[in-house]
Design a protein around this ligand. Structure first.
Ligand SMILES: [Fe+2]
Length: 402
């Protein structure tokens, strides 16, 4: 263990996380509430991996720009004239001021507020008026000094803008392949489109939970046993908890690379979920997919897929105990133009309002209880907790990569 890691976890705690599940323990309390752990996690988990940051449809057209803070850094997303979404450090090299101060739509170029330096939509400095006294000065006026905005590796997939801060994560499709292979046979993931309101605005829900990002992820699409106790929807179901009378699981696990997921067939859970009214998200829109999925893409995305929709949840931490969430559902194009779409989408949202509220109570209570002096790490229920165990091991493995 390197010195930085040894400062935030003991060897025994680390070994317990990496043990086979029957003997394993979770990440320790300080991994969920400690500033030192969190700072190391930004470097070793978030900077190294493909991290989802926002929904691409927020920047729909060329020239749409959106400044935002991530891990205490000012960044800006820009949709280029070539249609590509890019992310830059939002700072002008010359004056150290933010290049983009506010969200804007349809800009032809970016004129910086402080000294009027002008950028094209790919972050290149194109004019520097009066920088060398010439009102028409171009970038050559800087005589080789760096003028461009610093770009961060970014990719748009599944409606999400992902970034890789250290630029070494490798091809995003390699990271995404296990997920695509799991869900792509049942769901037509490449043709799904975001839910929009009557004015054409994406129906993105944004909210804050007072809990560590891992506490949120460990609950959202990973925790199987809580469903029957925390959620009214599942309490009513004869099929949840997801175990049959003879002790067989009513779920199948999928764990490969970044993917931490479970699947349930119509046979396993057909009586649990509300009936489908809209064209489905399957390859045949008239037929419900046989399987539903709760998928987590390590580190910070989780994506349930069920019947008519794929719901994408983005979890971005702003502090050890605070996580900003963004949610959006994606449907078949035939569903969003269906006469009942807005009513159905509102009904689904109402259902999720309840589910989110029920989960928030649980995860904020877990976060609060991490202060207890008698709790260091928890053990797992071997029947239920493979996914939680796997997720904790993915975090630990990244933290160990010095
Ligand atoms: Fe839940």
């Amino acid at each position: 263990m390197d010195d930085k890691l040894a400062g935030v976890i003991t060897q025994d705690e680390r070994d317990a996380v990496m043990a086979p599940m029957v003997d394993a323990m979770s990440l320790p309390a300080q991994a969920y509430a400690g500033d030192a752990w969190y700072a190391l996690e930004v470097d070793r988990v978030f900077a190294r991996n493909w991290t989802g940051i926002l929904f691409a449809c927020e920047l729909h057209d060329p020239g749409d720009v959106k400044p935002f803070d991530l891990f205490d850094m000012p960044l800006v997303a820009v949709r280029g004239s070539d249609g590509r979404l890019r992310v830059f450090h939002n700072i002008v090299p010359y004056d150290g001021c933010q290049a983009v101060m506010a969200e804007r739509k349809g800009l032809a170029e970016i004129e910086s507020y402080y000294h009027g330096l002008v950028y094209d939509l790919s972050g290149k400095l194109i004019r520097a008026p009066y920088w060398n006294t010439d009102p028409n000065a171009g970038p050559e006026a800087l005589e080789g000094r760096e003028g461009d905005l610093a770009e961060i590796a970014s990719e748009e997939r599944m409606g999400v803008l992902f970034i890789n801060l250290d630029g070494k994560a490798g091809a995003i499709d390699d990271w995404l392949d296990p997920w695509r292979n799991l869900v792509g046979g049942e769901y037509a993931i490449d043709r799904l489109v975001p839910a929009l309101d009557a004015e054409g605005k994406p129906l993105i829900e944004k909210r804050t939970v007072q809990a560590n990002w891992k506490t949120y992820q460990e609950n959202a699409s990973i925790n199987l046993l809580h469903e029957a106790f925390t959620h009214e929807l599942y309490r009513k179901s004869p099929e949840v908890p997801r175990v049959s009378e003879d002790g067989e699981p009513r779920f199948e696990l999928a764990m490969e690379g970044s993917l931490v997921a479970f699947a349930h067939s119509r046979q396993m859970s057909g009586q649990t979920y509300p009936p489908i009214v809209l064209p489905t998200a399957g390859h045949d829109i008239t037929v419900a997919p046989d399987w539903g999925f709760f998928t987590t893409l390590y580190p910070n995305i989780n994506v349930p897929l069920l019947d008519a929709f794929m719901k994408v949840n983005i979890a971005v931490p702003t502090a050890p105990g605070v996580t900003e969430l963004q949610h959006l559902r994606f449907y078949a194009p035939e569903a969003v133009t269906h006469a009942d779409f807005l009513a159905e989408e509102a009904a689904v949202q109402e259902l999720f309002d309840v589910v989110h509220h029920e989960d928030r109570i649980a995860i904020e209570a877990v976060q609060s209880a991490r202060r207890s002096p008698v709790w260091r790490q928890h053990y797992y229920a071997p029947f239920w907790d493979d996914l939680h165990h796997r997720f904790n091991q993915l975090v630990m493995a990244d933290m160990e990569r010095g």
